[in-house]
Ligand binder design. Sequence first.
Ligand SMILES: Cc1ncc(COP(=O)(O)O)c(C=O)c1O
Length: 392
Amino acid sequence: MKFADTLARPAVQALAASKIREVANAGIGRPGVLPFWFGEPDTVTPDFICQEGIASLRAGETFYTHNLGIAPLREALAGYVARLHGACGTENLAVTNSGMNALALVQQALIAPADRVVVVTPVWPNLVEGPKILGAQVCTVALDFGAAGWTLDVQRLLDALTPQTRLLIVNSPNNPTGWTMPRAQQQVVMEHCRKQGIWILADDAYERLYFDGEPGRSVAPSFLDISTWEDRVVSVNTFSKSWQMTGWRLGWIAAPQPLIDDLAKLIEFNTSCAPGFVQRAGVRAVTEGEAAVASFVARLKSNRDFLIERLNALPQVQAVAPPGAMYAFFKVQGVHDSLAFCKRLVTEFDLGLAPGAAFGPEGEGFIRWCFAATEDKLADGVQRLARGLQTV
Ligand SMILES: Cc1ncc(COP(=O)(O)O)c(C=O)c1O
């Protein structure tokens, strides 16, 4: 057998490995490293949610479940989505093994080889690489950075959404920039996609981590608010961020009912179902987790203000407070290779940050910092960054 016989197919070989992982792999396990590279808080899942999972295991819920999720979770999610965004029934919902799994399933359901997929960037790299696994032609439309932070030139996006386009992927609030698509832009894009028959995949993972919402009801504008189940709109969501459940691997898809029927088949041939005890914990999170969400959002908002102020005190740094998500994505004067710089920050200063280049070419020169950490850690991190910047 020749070496070439044991290679993956070309589309898989061509995938770009995550540069966030590349930095983390250089630093994981170093004693004393301050990790801000991944999108997760430094706190464990709220105890009342953990207890529900434990109780479920004790009750012997260790079996396969329905492909689309246990009925109590689908019912709880239907109520939750309806409360936030308007009419939603259990027939519009599929429970998945994480937001990432939900994205992969929706892409498998909608994308055929050579389909044109448009993605707004900079963005979490999984959203750009995922469609390529299926042979899609991915076209990116970049946000612009200025004094007001990150903004979208909506006309440029409309120009990219040609009649040949199959799918638009929008992550709002956005990882890494925090950019949140304003309602007026959503309406224009929705109208255009309706006319052209283009599917919209809304990655709503951070919808609750939104700092400009109504008091006590943090939720970002979503395509779900302005569409009906007759539209080609799919929303993907996760328990990871709103309820601090990254390690549980639980998510969901909200979609028109006919698509849910096909997704059930795809779920069978992917993971078959999410674990029952994890789903039970999810029911508790959705039905009793509002206070936990509110206090997490308040903590993030205060962390954001704390970090942005300190970052802007560094002469080479330009940081704008993001309206959503959990990241500062700041520009650093003199850094032209963010991957090399972030690797140096880890190995020489024990500071773990994500390189902006991981999120697309327009992210080069920027660095992402997850601020879901204590003020002590954030302040210590800023001091380490200041020392690192003296060497640029
Ligand atoms: C934009 C975005 N979407 C989806 C996810 C998926 O999260 P998970 O797979 O943990 O549910 C993440 C995780 O970082 C994300 O940043």
